[in-house]
Design a protein around this ligand. Sequence first.
Ligand code: SF4
Length: 364
Amino acid sequence: MKDLMLYFHIPFCVSKCAYCSFYSIPKAKEELKEEYANALIRQTKLFENSDKYTVRSVYFGGGTPTVLGVDRLEKVFNSVFETFNVINNAEVTIEVNPCTVDKQGLSLLKSIGVNRLSIGAQSFNDKTLKLLNRAHSADDFLRCYSQARKVGFSNISADLIFALPNETLADFTHSVNSLIELKPEHVSIYGLSVDEGTPLFKNKSSYAFPSEDEEEQQYEVLCELLKMAGYSHYEISNFSLPNYESKHNCGYWQRMPYFGFGAGAHSFFKCRRFEAARDVLAFIKNSHISFTAPTNYDNSVPLSEVEAEEERIMLGLRLKRGVEITKPVPKYLLDNGLVKKHGNTVSLTERGFRVSNSIIAMLI
Ligand code: SF4
């Protein structure tokens, strides 16, 4: 049986965050959510009687999956577990935004097989959360986190953003320390990207963004504090306590095949990468045809050997454990402590992680 991962994309959100350039629909009507959940179930059911795959991880991302409503999520989860051969210790993650699910909802998610939560904190500074138009406060995050612990979640990841507007190093350090105090098993960090077309981009002259040096300082403080608290920096943007690396995300970096269900979901299957149309109505309309039709599988081109090899190196270098590279590594990278080499295994150092894009470009 072949190993497989499943991804379900829920493109609904409470409101639109000021920096968001993803495909997401704020304030969707209940009827649309109902139709979307039914479409996901229909697509899942197309795999009925398929015992070719062993599912190692299931991930519900978005958008904000919990905006779909826990009752609908329960129906979708049930169809996944009924249809696919999901192994007993599979990692089953759902992304949660504080305020979109209460204690009872969290308890229901646990009872239907979710064993990992990824909660978006982003910052512990309420002024920043407001500026970003996040739909929650720092207290909301703390409440959600504590409720999740109370109902028995023992594997929680939290997201933080650095290089935020109007934030000093002290503000950011406060966010990092507040998160560390809670001891989540996993932490993901992202540098803010101010993309064209977002409200933050339009108003960017009104805010003070950290300079490159300040950004660097924030990143260094973050790495240092997390390391002191026992976290391993196992991937460019991810830290975990021992044995809590995200299995699903590690699968992406190790090029494990996955099916992505839902509008805008990506898949990697039989050496082809393809994306479903970013259109909820088109996804609903096509959901009964076949998995491949609405995802443009038939039109996608298999990766060439060269492309596949470049991808293996590019994704493998994201991980602290590194990747096998047979061609010579520029001496400059080794001498400057940006890259390490053990036999043929090449990995980026923490300094190397910071400038990973240019190093990766040199190594592929
Ligand atoms: S919650 Fe995520 S997907 Fe939704 S608007 Fe905010 S950043 Fe975008």
